[in-house]
Design a protein around this ligand. Sequence first.
Ligand SMILES: Cc1cc2nc3c(=O)[nH]c(=O)nc-3n(C[C@H](O)[C@H](O)[C@H](O)COP(=O)(O)OP(=O)(O)OC[C@H]3O[C@@H](n4cnc5c(N)ncnc54)[C@H](O)[C@@H]3O)c2cc1C
Length: 415
Amino acid sequence: MQKVAHIVGAGISGLSAAVRLANANFKVRLYEATQQAGGRCRSYFDAATNLTIDNGNHLLLSGNHHAVAYARSIGTEAGLVGPKRAQFAFVDLTTGKRWQLDLGDSRLPLWLFDPARRVPDTALRDYLALMPLIWSSPARLVGDAIPCEGLLYQRLVQPLLLAALNVDPPEGSAGLAGAVVRETLLAGGQACRPLIAREGLSAVLVEPAIRLLQDGGADICFGHELREFGSSSDLVSELKFGEQTIALAPSDAVVLAVPPRPAASLLPGLKTPSKYRAIVNAHFRCEPPKDMPPILGVVGGLVEWLFTFPQRLSITISNADRLVDMPREELVQALWRDVCQASGLKSDLPPWQIVRERRATFEATPEQNALRPGASTAFKNLFLAGDWTDTGLPATIEGSVRSGNRAADLVVAKH
Ligand SMILES: Cc1cc2nc3c(=O)[nH]c(=O)nc-3n(C[C@H](O)[C@H](O)[C@H](O)COP(=O)(O)OP(=O)(O)OC[C@H]3O[C@@H](n4cnc5c(N)ncnc54)[C@H](O)[C@@H]3O)c2cc1C
C-alpha cells in the first residue's frame, strides 16, 4: 500500500517537503490555512499599481544550492534569472558615489586580491579582519566578532548582513552570519550570482510545485487551518481542522511546516523563536531607466535595495520595525525621493504600493537562534519544517528548502 504523508503549511518549507515526498512515492496530502500557497513568498494582483507583485522582493544567490535544486525539481530553474557574472552595483546617496563589486565567476574568492574588483577604498587587510566570522559560534554577536565600522562595513558587510539576518548586524548571531559568508562570499563569484524570480515568486517557486503535486495525485486542501493534533501514545493519530477531523493510520507521517506561533500553540511545550522583525517593500509602477542594473545596493538612504522589473521599480528595507506604523503617504514620499536619487528618475510619484510584513523573519540574534528546534518531535511520526527550525541559516528560502528536505528525509528514513 502507498505510504501517506500529510504536510501542514504550503509555504516553501512545506512545498519542498511535499515535492520530495511525492518523488519518494508517498501519497501527499497538503493542507494550507489560507486560499493560496506560498506563505511569506507569494505574488498577488495589486489594484493600486495594476500589476502582479510579490509580497517582498526575494533575492537568491547561485550558492543557494538547495533552493536552486528545488526550482530544478519543479521545472523552473530557468525562471531564476540574473546577470551572468556576480556583479553588484551600489550607490551611496550621501556622496553620490557609484561603484560595482565584481566577484567574478571563480569558485575561489579571487576578487579579494584585485583592488579594481573590491569595494572602493578598501584593502585586503579589511577583509582579513572578517575571518573571525567564518566559523563563529551561533551564540556570539557579530559585533563581538568583527569590526562593525569603516568603509568595508558600510559599503558591503552591513548591507549584506542586514539583508541576510534582518537585524542590525552587530546584534545578529555571528554563527548565522558566518554560514552566509561561507556559502556565498567565501565560495567565490560562482556562488554569488544574484537570482530573481523575474516572473514573480508564485509563478516560479509556488504554482509549478502545486501543479506538479496535483499531477502526481496529491490532494491539496486550501482553507484548512490545523487547530489541534489528536494523539495516541507517541504517535499523532488525528489532524483536527475545525469542522473536519482526519484520522491517520499508524504508518502515516506528518510534516508540520507552519510559522513558529501556530507551531507553538499546536505543540505545547515546543521551544520556538518568539521575536520577529519586519521587512518593508514598496513597488512603483514606472518605466525603469534603460541602464538600471537588476539590483542596486543603496547606501546612506532609507531604501536599501532597488530592484528593476518590467514596468516597475521595487525597494526593500530590512529590520524595518521602525517603519511599520509610519503613515503610508509620508513613507512613500521618502522612499520615492531615494528611488529618484538612486535611479536618476525625475518624475512625480507614480502609482505605488507599500507592503509591510510585520513578522517577516524571526530575529536572527543569538538569543532567538538558541530557541530553534530540530526536525524531530516527541511524536515518532511528526516532523517539523520551517525557516525558523534549526537549519544553521537565517530565515531564508535556502533555509526553508533545507528544512523541508530534512523533514522529508526523516519521514522516508522512518517509514
Ligand atoms: C518581505 C520578505 C522578504 C524576504 N526576502 C527574502 C530574500 O530576499 N531571500 C530569501 O531567501 N528569503 C527572504 N525572505 C524569507 C522567506 O520568504 C522565508 O524564509 C520563507 O518564505 C519561509 O517559508 P516557510 O515555508 O518556512 O514559512 P511560511 O512562508 O510562513 O509558510 C507557512 C505556511 O503555513 C500556513 N499555516 C500557518 N498556520 C497554519 C495552520 N494552522 N494550518 C495550516 N496551514 C497553516 C501559512 O498560511 C503559510 O502558508 C523574505 C521574507 C519576507 C516576508
